[in-house]
Ligand binder design. Sequence first.
Ligand SMILES: Cc1cc2nc3c(=O)[nH]c(=O)nc-3n(C[C@H](O)[C@H](O)[C@H](O)COP(=O)(O)OP(=O)(O)OC[C@H]3O[C@@H](n4cnc5c(N)ncnc54)[C@H](O)[C@@H]3O)c2cc1C
Length: 308
Amino acid sequence: MRSLEPSLFSPYENAFLPAETLSSYAFSLCGGPCAGLFRIENGEMLKGLVRCCINASIPYRVLGGMTNILVSDEGYDGVILLNRKGSVSHTIGEEGSILLKADSGAGMAAAVRYCIENEISGLEWAAGLPGTVGGAVCGNAGAFGSDIAKIFFRGEILDEKGTLQTIQKADMNFDYRSSSLKHQQNKHVLCNAVFRLEKGQKEQILAEGEANKEKRKSTQPVDRHSLGSVFKNPEGESAGKLIQAAGLKGFSIGKAEVSMIHANFITTQKGVKSADYHNLVIHVQKTVYEQFGILLEPEIEMLGFGVK
Ligand SMILES: Cc1cc2nc3c(=O)[nH]c(=O)nc-3n(C[C@H](O)[C@H](O)[C@H](O)COP(=O)(O)OP(=O)(O)OC[C@H]3O[C@@H](n4cnc5c(N)ncnc54)[C@H](O)[C@@H]3O)c2cc1C
């Protein structure tokens, strides 16, 4: 792991946390060390630190809730910008539509709450979705037939030179659990996003959100640690059904286990190693391939495991 002088990050040097262990921050409970970490407080700090890293040629990654990324036990030899704070606001757009603006560090839960309080409809599908706005846009998160691509209007990103740019939906190349942000492997950092939503009725928005949360509770291991769906659904198939049919429900390696509630979830316990999780991913892939000839493609991101 490289050793970094805090003064490289002026004026944020006092917030520098050297050699942090990522398992303390990851929802999977695993992940090795990083060269340094900052807990981002606001958009200015995010921009400032991205620019510091670019200017000093230090590798960096912006992470949100860490609910969709598995970092290896060897960790990440660079700076982690942990972006978990931000605000949400709205304005009225053309033809009465509502433009919801959220900082990338805002939690999706906070955005959903804001919509309920302000009678804004269009984000009900995201009730119960963990993580931040930045992570959701990057992975084009979706549920119950909707996704970020359907509501994204525009956003601001920092490009690889640290220049702030406005991007439109067409620039995002949204696809199934993917976007241009994902393809560019964090070279572009989302600062904020604007979603086009509409006026709704509080009771209805609340009821739909609650119903979606209940559906999650009855079909997913929501009270356990996990990274959500591990594999993408192959065309016309369900990854969970294939894994279940392969007899893998309950199969475990170390402290990582294929969930008994939903076979496309791997749940983890305190003390789990990233290698346990990773080896289980490979075992599931291999078993499903041997039995059904279908190669499952990971939906989660894996950082620091070499060739995937
Ligand atoms: C119980 C559970 C249920 C889940 N259900 C769903 C579901 O229904 N649908 C779904 O799609 N996902 C689901 N997930 C997965 C995950 O919650 C989502 O993908 C979420 O949007 C990830 O957000 P995050 O902030 O945790 O991202 P992280 O895991 O922190 O990061 C994911 C990626 O986004 C990038 N990123 C984060 N912020 C930025 C930024 N500001 N700029 C550029 N790149 C950025 C990171 O670099 C990384 O590449 C679930 C996970 C769990 C644990």
